[in-house]
Design a protein around this ligand. Structure first.
Ligand code: SF4
Length: 87
């Protein structure tokens, strides 16, 4: 293999290494100033959101596991106050 080939092989190795170890981290963020405490998010995604003693929402998982991303986004979409962002 010539010099260009070796350099290309090293670049490909680096790209494979980065993509293998790079994980997308998704979090749920609740804006408590917008939250009305209706509890819809807890009903839709009880493994992600829970109501606390103050009547506000706590996020139970950080980051959100892949298997809960759908329900977390559904809760965000269904929040009547637009208080949840999943990103
Ligand atoms: S659905 Fe929205 S407004 Fe209702 S408790 Fe959850 S974050 Fe608050």
């Amino acid at each position: 293999m010539n010099r260009v080939g070796r350099a290309l092989a090293r670049s490909i190795d680096t790209l494979c290494y980065v993509s293998f170890f790079e994980e997308e981290i998704v979090k749920a963020i609740v804006d408590e100033t917008l939250c009305s405490g209706c509890g819809v998010c807890e009903e839709v995604a009880p493994d992600v959101f829970t109501m606390n003693d103050a009547g506000l929402v706590d996020v139970k998982v950080d980051p959100i596991p892949d298997d809960l991303l759908g329900s977390a986004q559904e809760a965000a979409d269904g929040c009547p106050s637009g208080a949840i962002v999943v990103e």
